[in-house]
Design a protein around this ligand. Structure first.
Ligand SMILES: [Zn+2]
Ligand SMILES: [Zn+2]
Length: 503
C-alpha cells in the first residue's frame, strides 16, 4: 500500500511535468503555424521566400504539434509507450544540435536549447521508470482506448487556442513587435566580448551572388575599438543584423577598390552618421585611389544627406559628420609595408599584396596585447603576405577552388555563354586556391587559417569538403571555411582562439 501511494504521487508529478512539456510543444507548433515569421526568428531562422514560410508552417508546425500530441497522450493516459515518439525526436534533436555546436560553432542560444531539451528528455525517462507498462488486463492501450473523453477535451482546447490566436492575431502581433523591437534595439553584441582581439566575419562572399554570403567584410575589434576591413555589398545590413551598431565603427580600411569590397561604403557612412548623430565623418583608410572612392560615395549620397538634415534637424543629423574622409597611405620608398594606425594598444600594419592587374592592393595585420589577426585582401600566393603574417594567431585568407570554378566555366561554354566563361577563367588568375592558401598559412606559421571571400559560391554547407580540396594536407593547424556571423575571439593573455556565432 505504502509503495503504491509513493509510486502514484511520483507518477502524478511526472505526468504533470510531461503534460506541461506536451503543451509547450503544442504551443510552439501552433505558433509556427500561425506566426511563422516571428516564431522562426525566435529560433534564429529567417524564411527567405514564400517557400520558407511554407516550410516553417508545415515542417516546424506539423512536427511540433505531432510531438505535443504524443507527449500529451503519454501524460493523459500514463502509458509510457506514447512517449517513445517525442523521446526519439528529442534524442535526434539533441544529437543534431550537438553536431552543430561542434561543426558550426558555439552559440549561447543553441547551448540553452540543448540544456532545455536534455531536461525534457530526462523528464520523459523518469516517467518511464514511474509508469506501469500495461493496463489492468495486462495489455497496452490500443488507439481505440485512447480516443476517449480526455482526448476530446485536448482537441477542443487546441481548437479554442487556435481560434483565439487567429482572432487576436493583430493584438498579439503588436505585443510581439514591442517585445522584439525592445530586445533588438537595445542589443549590442560588441559590449559582451571579453578583453582581447576579435575577428567578426560580416560578409564572406565575393562578386558572385551567394544566398548564404554577402559581399566581403570583416570587423576587427581590439578592446573597445572596432575597425571594419572592406565593406562589400549587403554587408552593412548584415552588420546591423548581427546587433553591431554602425556608429560603433571607428574606421573602415579598404584593401582595394573592386566593387565586392566597397559596395556598401555609402550605406555604412550614412547609417553611422544618422544613427549615431556623429559630428565628424568616418575615416576611410586605403592605398592610393581611396580618395576617389570616398569622394564618389560622398557625392552620390549628398542629396540624401541634405534631405536628412532638413527632415531631422542638425542636432540629430549634424552636417559636419556626414560621409567619410579619405586617409590615404603610401609605403615608404623601398618598403612593402607601413604602420597606419597606432592607438590604444593596437597597431595596424598595411602591406602590399599581388592582385594584378589591380594595383595597389593591400592586406592588413592587427596586433593587440600579444594577439594578431591578418587579413589578406584579394591576392595570388604572395611572399610578402607570408612575411607579414609570420606567427600570427589568425590568417583570414581569400580562397577560390579552381576545380569548382572549372566546372562552372565548362557549363557556361556548353550553354553558349563564352564571355561569362572567360570572366570565370580570368577570376582564377588573380586569386588564391584553397590549397595555396593552406601553403601560405603553413609557411607563415600561423595558428589557424580562415578561408573567406569564397569563390565560387557554395550554396549548401555540404560542399565545403569539395571546396577545401587537398588544403588540409598542406597546413598543420585548423582550417575553417567561414560563414557570415562567425566570430573568432583571441583573449588577451593566452593563445586561445574561441569560435562563436553572432546569429
Ligand atoms: Zn574580391
Ligand atoms: Zn578584387
Amino acid at each position: 500500500m505504502k509503495n503504491g501511494s509513493q509510486r502514484f504521487s511520483g507518477e502524478t508529478v511526472m505526468r504533470f511535468l510531461v503534460g506541461l512539456i506536451g503543451l509547450l510543444f503544442l504551443g510552439l507548433g501552433i505558433g509556427f503555424m500561425t506566426f511563422p515569421d516571428s516564431f522562426a526568428v525566435g529560433f534564429g531562422v529567417q524564411p527567405m521566400t514564400v517557400q520558407g514560410l511554407n516550410a516553417i508552417r508545415g515542417d516546424f508546425g506539423g512536427i511540433f504539434i505531432g510531438m505535443g500530441f504524443f507527449t500529451l497522450l503519454g501524460a493523459v493516459t500514463g502509458r509510457r509507450h506514447w512517449l517513445v515518439v517525442p523521446a526519439l525526436f528529442l534524442m535526434l534533436v539533441i544529437i543534431g544540435r550537438a553536431i552543430s555546436l561542434g561543426v558550426d560553432g558555439f552559440s549561447a542560444a543553441g547551448t540553452q536549447s540543448l540544456k532545455a531539451e536534455a531536461v525534457m528528455l530526462a523528464v520523459f525517462l523518469i516517467l518511464f521508470i514511474f509508469t506501469r507498462k500495461t493496463v489492468k488486463n495486462g495489455k497496452d492501450l490500443s488507439l481505440s482506448d485512447i480516443f476517449n473523453f480526455n482526448v476530446l477535451i485536448v482537441v477542443v482546447c487546441v481548437a479554442i487556442i487556435l481560434t483565439a490566436l487567429i482572432g487576436f492575431q493583430k493584438q498579439i502581433g503588436m505585443a510581439m513587435v514591442n517585445r522584439m523591437a525592445t530586445r533588438i534595439m537595445t542589443a549590442n553584441a560588441v559590449d559582451a566580448l571579453p578583453e582581447g582581439l576579435h575577428a567578426v566575419i560580416i560578409g564572406s562572399g565575393a562578386p558572385l551572388a551567394d544566398p548564404r554570403r554577402v559581399g566581403f567584410s570583416t570587423a576587427v575589434i581590439a578592446g573597445k575599438n572596432m575597425y571594419v576591413v572592406d565593406i562589400g555589398p549587403g554587408s552593412e545590413r548584415k552588420l546591423e543584423l548581427m546587433k553591431i551598431k554602425p556608429e560603433a565603427v571607428k574606421a573602415v580600411l579598404l584593401t582595394h577598390f573592386h566593387s565586392d569590397h566597397i559596395g556598401d561604403l555609402g550605406e555604412l557612412m550614412l547609417k553611422r552618421w544618422a544613427g549615431g548623430s556623429m559630428k565628424s565623418p568616418l575615416d576611410v583608410y586605403g592605398p592610393d585611389g581611396v580618395e576617389t572612392v570616398v569622394k564618389g560615395f560622398n557625392h552620390a549620397y549628398s542629396l540624401d544627406t541634405q534631405y536628412r538634415i532638413l527632415h531631422h534637424g542638425p542636432n540629430v543629423a549634424p552636417p559636419s559628420g556626414a560621409g567619410g574622409v579619405a586617409r590615404t597611405f603610401q609605403f615608404p620608398a623601398g618598403k612593402k609595408e607601413a604602420v597606419i594606425i597606432e592607438a590604444d594598444g593596437l597597431k595596424v600594419t598595411a602591406f602590399e599584396v599581388d592582385h594584378r592587374p589591380v594595383k595597389p592592393a593591400v592586406g592588413y595585420r592587427f596586433d593587440y596585447k600579444g594577439r594578431s589577426v591578418v587579413i589578406s585582401g584579394d591576392t595570388v600566393p604572395c611572399p610578402n603576405l607570408v612575411q607579414q603574417s609570420n606567427g600570427a594567431d589568425l590568417l583570414i585568407h581569400e580562397a577560390l577552388q579552381p576545380a569548382v570554378a572549372g566546372i562552372l566555366e565548362a557549363i557556361q561554354r556548353k550553354t553558349n555563354r563564352p564571355k561569362t566563361a572567360n570572366i570565370m577563367r580570368d577570376m582564377v588568375s588573380y586569386h588564391t586556391s584553397a590549397e595555396d592558401a593552406a601553403k601560405m598559412a603553413e609557411q607563415a606559421g600561423v595558428q589557424q587559417l580562415l578561408m573567406s571571400h569564397i569563390l565560387p559560391p557554395l550554396p549548401v554547407a555540404d560542399l565545403k569538403a569539395a571546396f577545401m580540396g587537398d588544403a588540409e594536407k598542406y597546413f598543420r593547424g585548423k582550417i575553417t571555411i567561414v560563414e557570415d556571423g562567425m566570430c573568432f575571439s583571441l583573449p588577451a593573455g593566452n593563445k586561445k582562439i574561441i569560435r562563436k556565432s553572432f546569429f
